[in-house]
Design a protein around this ligand. Structure first.
Ligand code: FEO
Length: 170
């Protein structure tokens, strides 16, 4: 049996991760419309990863014998009016997700739920990578995005991203 607060936060995280998938799908659609297939691909893969994160939270809850309940997924409402916009929103969003993971971790720590802390360790590390990726994309866009050849190269780089299943297996 999980602590009620820990269980509720884990359940809520399913929704947050699915929202992340939705948000990145929105970014992918935006870049597709701009003719940047590589950026669109990068965020499509990212959306798949976020879906996987949601499934991991669901599976962990179920392994713990908890019931899960699904709420509505919010509509992405970020104003995408420049090629840089999704990248900046992406970093902000990942920083927010890091804070959510930390909140669950803190709640688990409070009740000495070492099992949940161990489960969350993977996400703590993953968030470091997520924030780093988002920061790198902003930096590269600042450096190369104003030049058409630079933008073309960046798009080609992002076109090469392929989906891989998460390394965490429950
Ligand atoms: Fe599920 Fe991008 O964090």
């Amino acid at each position: 049996m999980l602590d009620k607060k820990v269980s509720a936060l884990l359940n809520d995280q399913i929704n947050k991760e699915l929202y992340s998938a939705y948000l990145y799908l929105d970014f992918s659609i935006y870049y597709e419309q701009q003719g940047l297939d590589g950026f669109a691909n990068w965020y499509m893969v990212q959306a798949q990863e976020e879906r996987d994160h949601a499934m991991l939270f669901l599976k962990y809850l179920q392994l713990c014998g908890e019931n899960a309940s699904l709420g509505a997924i919010a509509q992405p409402d970020k104003k995408l009016d420049a090629l840089m916009a999704p990248l900046k929103f992406g970093l902000e969003h990942e920083q927010y997700v890091t804070s959510l993971i930390n909140d669950i971790y803190a709640a688990a720590y409070e009740v000495k739920d070492f099992r949940t802390m161990q489960f969350l360790d993977w996400f703590v590390k993953e968030q470091l990578e997520e924030e780093k990726n988002a920061e790198d994309m902003i930096k590269k866009m600042e450096l190369f995005g104003n030049d058409s050849k630079g933008l073309y190269s960046l798009d080609a780089e992002y076109a090469a991203r392929v989906y891989t299943a998460p390394s965490l297996v429950l």
